[in-house]
Every structure is written in structure tokens, then in C-alpha cells.
Design a protein around this ligand. Structure first.
Ligand code: 4AD
Ligand code: MG
Length: 474
């Protein structure tokens, strides 16, 4: 359907051509002499309207009532001009073939269902307009992410999922355990889904082959090693956080994009983040027109204008200290009172992006070192670090980044201050011993980007199979 209807003239250059459409029935209208069937194959937002008269081969399947919404079908026919106002072309059916019937219990009928309900049907929700559109926009954002970095000379590297280090030092890691064959006295089977046979028991005394290991919270430290050899690099992969928070912006498993720029400082980092975000937003607007128009009508009114502004206009930049000043002057009572040194809460971020700068992305820089991670480069004032967060309306923090501490002495001092185990960072410290360079990078939470670019209010709808407390069913 994308091949036929995806072009600028919505299929008119296909007039007279014979095609085969394979997809799922969205709607069915049976009249005495002609049957209209809208078929969607997910390749684009558009359905193909298939018009079948009683002499089409396979028409008996219509008569016997076999076709229903949700059924999979294979339709042969000719592209002709359409009389309908919704489309320029339609398929005049010569041969119809039912591939898979659809039971009447199909839960995603034409009537509108809530996104909360659809979360319980994660295996079927991609068949809806909303989740089809979100999946294609997500795909465009992923593709344009690689495109942006590749066009700018970055090398993509894979960072490990299993690791012994805690990049953010916040202790929000999932622990890896080993499922070992055989029985041991006292072993238990904690998951009902694991067969209760003698062959598969979890031995909690085992972790990663005898050593502690966790699911990674960030690929940054690994990316830094490659940036110290290949210059500009980026990672794009799954990361995990064991935060037991049920919010609309947090997942236990999310994808992160982490560029790392060698011979660069915080200004280069902010410039890269800005150019990258503008590039992917522009790409989605230009390449997902139909999907974006649907989202603009049904999910967030005005999203196209909002994103166009993001793609074109400069972002606001201010220091943490100025942000605190601004919040102190605000004629608003915050639940969490503001004072220099405090972490900014989502109500503060909201005020800054939505009220103070009326919807523009805002980059806040130079945070107090106490509220930021050990690896951030200390500024000359001794109080702040060269960190930046990029905030956008509704979603809040979309990007977190910093210039890294490249000076061995300073880094060791900071590890000591924070009582972190220096030995376990030996390889990270080596980078500062052998040809250290100023470098900087950031992490963008991909699902928050999808949320931002689609207008979805809940991050659980921005990833096909969300993982959050209590949900790992599908
Ligand atoms: O600010 P964070 O914790 O930064 C880092 O992990 C750095 N090591 C990144 C770097 O400099 N390479 O996380 C980065 C981003 C956040 O701004 C947010 O968009 C996203 O990751 N994020 C989450 N997204 C969904 N669910 C969660 N639980 C998230 N935690 C962070
Ligand atoms: Mg952060």
C-alpha cells in the first residue's frame, strides 16, 4: 500500500496497474451489488479501499459472512480512480482470498478504545491507527538518528547490556542471576513460568558466573573508551533502571542514544544535542506526513506547529543558577521549595519550559556538583560541574549530558569524595592516564523523544512492549 499510495500523487501514477494487496481488514460494508473493504497492511497510514462486485472470484466468501474486521486477506485487482472523497485511487477487485479468519471476540473493533485498555492488549494494539502511526514515527526517529550521526562522521558502537559498573552511581540497577541446571538442596523456583523440574532452578548464590553483574543503566563509560580511540562515537541500545516509580515518563527498560565527542567541551555538546534533535524532528515531519496529521488531530492538537518551531528556532540556554533565580522570582507556590543546590523537580521543569519560555526547549547548564554524577567535569568555581539537561514541555528532561572529567587527579579526588570504589573504575581511570582528551557527551531517552514527537501523554505507549513495575507480560 505504501508503494501505491505513499507517493506525492497518492497513487494516481498507478492507474490501470494490476496489484496484489495483502493486509488486514479494517472495515467492511456489504451492499447488494458491491462490497467495500478497507485493507491496511501497516506499511503506511492509508488503507486501500477494495471494491468488489458479485462477479469477483472468491465473492462467495463475502456471501458466507467469512470476512470480518481483523481478518487477513489477499486481494488481487486493478488500480482505478476513486469516486470517494477520502482517496484518489482504489482497488477494483478481480480475485479475493481469505488468508486468516478473525474470531468475533477480536477486541479491537472499529469503535474507539482507550489507550489504557490497549496496554492490556499489547499484542494487538499495533493494528490500531494510533499505535501504527506511533510505530512508524518511532522507526523514522531511529532511522534518522543513525542518519544524523553517520552523516556527521560518528561511529556507532555497541555497549554491553551486562556490566559490573554503575555509570550513574545511583544504585538503580537490576541484578543478573544465573539459572543453572540441576538441583541443589534448598533451591527454590521463584517464577511460576520456569518449569518446576529438576533441570531448571535458580540458585541465588550464583550471579554472573560467580561475580556480581547488573543490567546497564547507561553505555556512556564504554562509549568514552571508544571516543578515546575513534573520536566521535555513539551508542543506541537498551538500558535499564530499577526505579520503582510509576510515572508517565519512566520505564524500567528504555532505549538510549549516547553520543560521545572527543576533543570537545560542553558548548560543543549542547550544539550537537540541538542539531541532532532538530534533525530528527524535521525528518519525522517530512517523512511521516500522514501519521503526523493523524496525531495532530487525535493525540495532540497543534503538534505539527509545535515541532516545526522546535526544528527551526533556537533553544533557550541558561545556567542552573539563573534557573533558580527565575524560579525564586516566579509568582507560583511550588510543592518543593527552590533553593540553590536543590535538584529541579518536574514542577520546576514544567514552569521553566511551559510558562517562562512558553513551550521552547530549554538547556540548563552548570549544575551543583552535589546533585550530579561523579564523572562530570568540575568548573573553575569549585561548586558546579559542566553538565547540561535539555528540557521540553510535558516530557521534562529529554537529554542529560556533560563534559567529562578528563584530569586524572580531579577524577580520583571525586571518586574518593563520593566514597566510590576506585579499584573498580581502573579501566576508566586508565583513559585519563593514556592520552586523555577533553570530551563530552549526552544521553537521550528514546521513548521520551517518541513521546515528544507524537504527543503521547504516557511513555508506556511509546515503546511496543513497555517494562515498568508489574508489567512484563508480553
Ligand atoms: O540523565 P541520565 O541518567 O544520564 C545518563 O545516563 C548519562 N550517562 C548519559 C550520558 O551522558 N551519556 O539519562 C539520560 C536520559 C534522560 O535525560 C532521559 O531522557 C532518559 O535518559 N531516561 C529515562 N527514560 C525513560 N525511563 C527512565 N527510567 C529514564 N531514565 C532516564
Ligand atoms: Mg539526568
Amino acid at each position: 500500500i505504501f508503494d501505491v499510495k505513499g507517493g506525492a500523487d497518492e497513487g494516481l501514477d498507478w492507474l490501470g496497474q494490476n496489484v496484489v494487496v495483502k493486509g488486514w481488514v479494517r472495515t467492511l460494508r456489504v451492499q447488494s451489488s458491491v462490497t467495500f473493504m478497507e485493507v491496511n497492511d501497516g506499511s503506511c497510514f492509508s488503507n486501500m479501499q477494495c471494491v468488489m462486485s458479485t462477479d469477483a472470484e472468491g465473492y462467495d466468501q463475502v456471501e458466507s459472512g467469512m470476512i470480518a474486521t481483523g481478518a487477513s486477506v489477499c486481494v488481487h485487482g486493478t488500480i482505478v480512480g476513486s469516486q470517494g472523497s477520502k482517496q484518489k485511487v482504489e482497488l477494483k477487485v478481480s480475485k479475493f482470498n481469505m488468508v486468516g479468519r478473525c474470531d468475533s471476540s477480536f477486541p479491537i473493533q472499529k469503535k474507539r478504545v482507550t489507550r489504557e485498555f490497549l496496554r492490556t492488549k499489547a499484542h494487538l494494539r499495533p493494528r490500531t491507527n494510533t499505535f501504527g502511526a506511533v510505530a512508524r514515527v518511532r522507526n523514522a526517529l531511529a532511522y534518522s538518528t543513525h542518519k544524523f550521526f553517520q552523516e556527521n562522521g560518528f561511529v556507532w558502537i555497541s555497549s554491553p547490556i551486562i556490566t559490573a559498573s554503575d555509570c550513574e552511581g545511583a544504585g538503580e540497577q537490576f541484578c543478573v542471576t544465573t539459572l543453572i541446571p540441576g538441583t541443589r538442596e534448598g533451591s527454590v523456583t521463584p517464577l511460576g513460568s520456569i518449569p518446576k523440574t529438576e533441570d531448571a532452578l535458580i540458585d541465588w548464590s550464583q550471579d554472573f558466573f560467580g561475580k556480581p553483574a547488573f543490567l546497564t543503566v547507561s553505555g556512556q563509560l564504554n562509549a568514552e573508551t571508544y571516543a578515546s580511540a575513534l573520536s566521535d562515537v555513539y551508542t543506541f541500545g537498551p538500558t535499564f533502571r530499577a526505579e520503582n516509580s510509576n510515572t508517565s515518563r519512566h520505564l524500567a527498560e528504555f532505549w538510549m542514544i549516547e553520543p560521545e565527542l572527543a576533543f570537545s567541551d560542553l558548548d560543543d555538546d549542547m550544539a550537537c544535542a540541538t542539531a541532532y534533535l532538530q534533525y530528527v524532528v524535521r525528518y519525522a515531519l517530512e517523512n511521516c506526513k500522514e501519521d503526523m496529521e493523524f496525531l495532530n488531530t487525535w493525540i495532540e492538537k497543534g503538534i505539527i506547529d509545535r515541532l516545526s518551531d522546535v526544528a527551526e528556532k533556537d533553544f533557550v540556554q541558561l545556567t542552573y543558577t539563573d534557573a533558580v533565580e527565575l524560579l525564586l522570582r516566579a509568582k507560583k507556590q511550588f510543592e518543593f521549595p527552590v533553593k540553590w543546590g536543590c535538584d529541579l523537580q518536574s514542577e520546576h521543569e514544567r514552569y521553566i519550559t511551559e510558562v517562562a519560555f512558553s513551550g521552547r526547549p530549554v538547556i540548563i547548564r552548570d549544575y551543583p556538583k552535589e546533585i550530579k554524577a561523579f564523572y562530570m567535569r568540575q568548573n573553575d568555581d569549585g561548586k558546579t560541574v559542566a553538565a547540561m539537561d535539555l528540557l521540553v514541555p510535558r516530557v521534562g528532561e529529554l537529554i542529560g549530558g556533560s563534559q567529562r572529567e578528563e584530569r586524572l587527579d580531579n577524577l580520583e579526588l571525586r571518586l574518593d569524595e563520593l566514597k566510590l570504589n576506585k579499584e573498580s573504575y581502573w579501566w576508566y581511570l586508565d583513559l585519563r592516564r593514556y592520552g586523555s582528551v577533553p570530551h563530552a557527551g549526552f544521553g537521550l531517552g528514546f521513548e521520551r523523544l517518541v513521546q515528544f514527537a507524537t504527543g503521547l501523554d504516557n511513555i508506556r505507549d511509546a515503546i511496543p512492549f513497555p517494562r515498568s513495575p508489574g508489567s512484563a507480560e508480553f
